[in-house]
Design a binder for this molecule. Structure first.
Ligand SMILES: [Fe+2]
Ligand SMILES: [Fe+2]
Length: 480
């Protein structure tokens, strides 16, 4: 079905044929807009060069144009239905995918959708003030693109809650607008989504590491036996690719600029030259990677085993896995803290049933993906002729969830005493001084084709390198 743009809420789910649902969503719409006005981007703009989804297929799925942000057409788009789709895993493997929510799994499915839905507006809230300090109009536009699409992802989850979960679903949809990132009384559900994103280095790290967690979570929900959830997530993943690009190339450009200043001045101390020292970049990386690992939950989880067996949530690329997709007889190694008997704890592995270890499976995919980013950034350093390298810290480093939550460990993975940790943490995590320094660099640049000194322009600038084949120096944003 092609999206209907004449509707108040653009959609390809036949909303006009379901008056009750349409009315319910139309009454949620003003609440969404007032949330956007009070919690969304704070910088006033006239219009922004934005991508809007208009289809779910092929190259023509989006259009680009200057739009006032409040007029953005947030819509409801599900990927096409695959005729005859069967459940690919778990106890219901081989049965037709569900078009309705089975009563026995209602509570669990609703919970999964609420948790995913809660992250979407959270990141918009976290990024609310970044517009004030954007390093270029190109970056400012990318920030707003990510923001409007996270808003659309909220719509995607709210649609499912309204359409399939009755009154409780509608109440949860309201709650998604009432919880707020970092709020004392009603914080967002997951820890990483209550952290601040106070500067653009944090933003690039967030879109690299935390949006990437989102990619993997959506990947597991895309496998769901509940077909509308699967199709929703499939389309969200398409938009998510841009968010990954913003993070990956954002960090590329920070590293590139730092490397350039290091070689030009033959010094590691680039702060004096207005660039971000490599060790500060590493500390930000350490922080964002470790809080994102926490989002994968404990190494073992009976809940997740049950979700899998029930068909609610699969593995990353489930259908490409060469096994029985039941996992009842399989075992895996997971990270653990082992007491050898002498009271001495060590970082080690332990064997558990594959079903119980599914969080570990997903996290392993994510870690391998993150390693790809580090490789890219190190190539930039190598090409600049520099011997320094960035790295991913050990999984035990700075963890607050899972097997290593109760210990302190160095980025190399040695267990530390509380005193050792306290003495050395400033080498590994951003200090107040680091943060203040990074913040001091965040002076907005709002002239077309210009860019702040701490970050390189995208490759191909100024004549290319932009969005939708536009040049870097295009007028991406008209400020109010
Ligand atoms: Fe999202
Ligand atoms: Fe995202």
């Amino acid at each position: 079905m092609r999206p209907d743009y004449a509707e108040k809420i653009p959609n390809n789910v036949g909303l006009a044929q379901d008056r009750r649902l349409q009315r319910a969503l139309e009454s949620w719409q003003p609440n969404f807009l007032s949330w956007w006005e009070s919690m969304g981007p704070a910088l006033p703009t006239k219009d922004v060069y934005l991508r809007t989804a208009i289809d779910v297929r092929g190259d023509g799925w989006a259009t680009f144009g200057h739009v006032p942000m409040l007029d953005y057409r947030w819509g409801i788009f599900l990927a096409d239905r695959a005729p005859g789709r069967q459940i690919a895993f778990g106890a219901h493997k081989g049965e037709p995918a569900w078009q309705k929510v089975p009563g026995e799994y209602r509570a669990e499915l609703q919970r999964l959708i609420v948790i995913q839905g809660d992250t979407e507006p959270a990141s918009v809230e976290q990024q609310r003030n970044l517009g004030a300090t954007a390093p270029s109009l190109y970056d400012l536009r990318n920030l707003f693109q990510v923001n409007v699409e996270e808003g659309r992802h909220l719509w995607a989850m709210v649609y499912l809650l309204h359409a399939y979960f009755g009154r409780e679903g509608r109440e949860e949809a309201e709650e998604l607008l009432h919880r707020n990132s970092g709020s004392e009384d009603s914080p967002r559900i997951l820890g990483a989504f209550n952290e601040e994103t106070p500067d653009w280095l944090s933003f690039f790290m967030f879109t690299y590491f935390t949006d990437r967690d989102g990619k993997y979570q959506l990947g597991t929900l895309k496998e769901s036996a509940f077909d509308p959830l699967s199709r929703t997530c499939e389309f969200m993943l398409k938009e998510e690719a841009h968010h990954m690009m913003v993070g990956t190339t954002g960090i590329d450009r920070v590293v590139e600029r730092t490397a350039q200043v290091m070689t030009e001045n033959d010094t590691d101390d680039v702060a004096a030259h207005g660039a971000i020292p490599l060790d500060v970049i590493q500390k930000y990386l350490n922080f964002h990677y470790s809080v994102s690992l926490d989002l994968f939950g404990s190494e073992t989880s009976t809940n997740v085993a049950n979700y899998y067996t029930a068909g609610l949530k699969g593995r990353w690329l489930e259908e490409r896995r060469q096994d029985d997709h039941l996992l009842t007889d399989d075992a895996v190694q997971v990270d653990a803290l082992i007491d050898a008997g002498d009271g001495e704890l060590s970082i080690a592995q332990t064997e558990v049933s594959a079903l119980v270890g599914l969080n570990t499976d997903l996290r392993a995919q994510y870690v391998a993906d993150c390693a790809g980013g580090v490789k890219r950034w190190n190539r930039i350093l190598a090409e600049a002729g520099l011997p320094q390298r960035l790295y991913l810290p050990h999984v035990a480093f700075n963890r607050h969830v899972g097997a290593y939550a109760g210990i302190e460990a160095s980025p190399a993975g040695e267990i530390l005493t509380t005193a050792q940790w306290a003495a050395r943490t400033a080498q590994w995590l951003p200090t107040d001084t680091d943060k203040a320094f990074v913040r001091s660099l965040m002076q907005p640049v709002r002239e077309r084709g210009k860019i702040a000194a701490w970050v390189a322009p995208p490759r191909g600038a100024p004549r290319g390198g932009g969005i939708n084949n536009q040049p870097f120096d295009y007028d991406y944003v008209h400020l109010a």
